[in-house]
Design a protein around this ligand. Structure first.
Ligand code: NI
Length: 135
């Protein structure tokens, strides 16, 4: 038996997608508006799923207050109102695409959560574009 609970969160962050070894024209053609040299923001929406078994004593899968605090510390405080390219060391040499951001979030949450849980991360970069990462 497996059951999944979800917690939503959001953060705002700026980024630019580009490769230093490509000229502006090629960056523009591959990354489009996300390659704007002066950066731009997104309102990222996050859904974190935690799967496992219900604790018989409490009836909980996980203490949602604890999950809330882990997401706050590991995701919101780390990424909210940041320039992802300039402020987040992980993205010094790696493009902050929604795919790479989702993996970073998953890694940070995985580190803090009991290994008995399965973790999934769904990250919306726009209302219509989103990615799911499950490890
Ligand atoms: Ni963008």
């Amino acid at each position: 038996m497996s059951i999944t609970v979800y917690r939503k969160a959001h953060f705002n962050a700026a980024h630019r997608l580009y490769r230093k070894d490509w000229d502006d024209e090629k960056n523009k053609s591959v990354f489009g508006k996300c390659s704007n040299p002066n950066f731009h923001g997104h309102n990222y929406e996050l859904e974190v799923g935690i799967s496992g078994s219900i604790d018989k004593e409490t009836g909980f899968l996980i203490d949602m207050e604890e999950l809330k605090n882990i997401i706050k510390e590991e995701v919101e405080e780390y990424l909210d109102h940041k320039n992802l390219n300039m402020d987040i060391p992980d993205f010094k040499e790696m493009n902050p695409t929604m795919e790479n951001i989702a993996i970073l979030i998953w890694d940070r949450l995985r580190n803090k959560l009991n290994s008995k849980f399965k973790v999934s991360v769904k990250l919306y970069e726009t209302p219509r574009n989103f990615v799911v990462y499950t490890g």
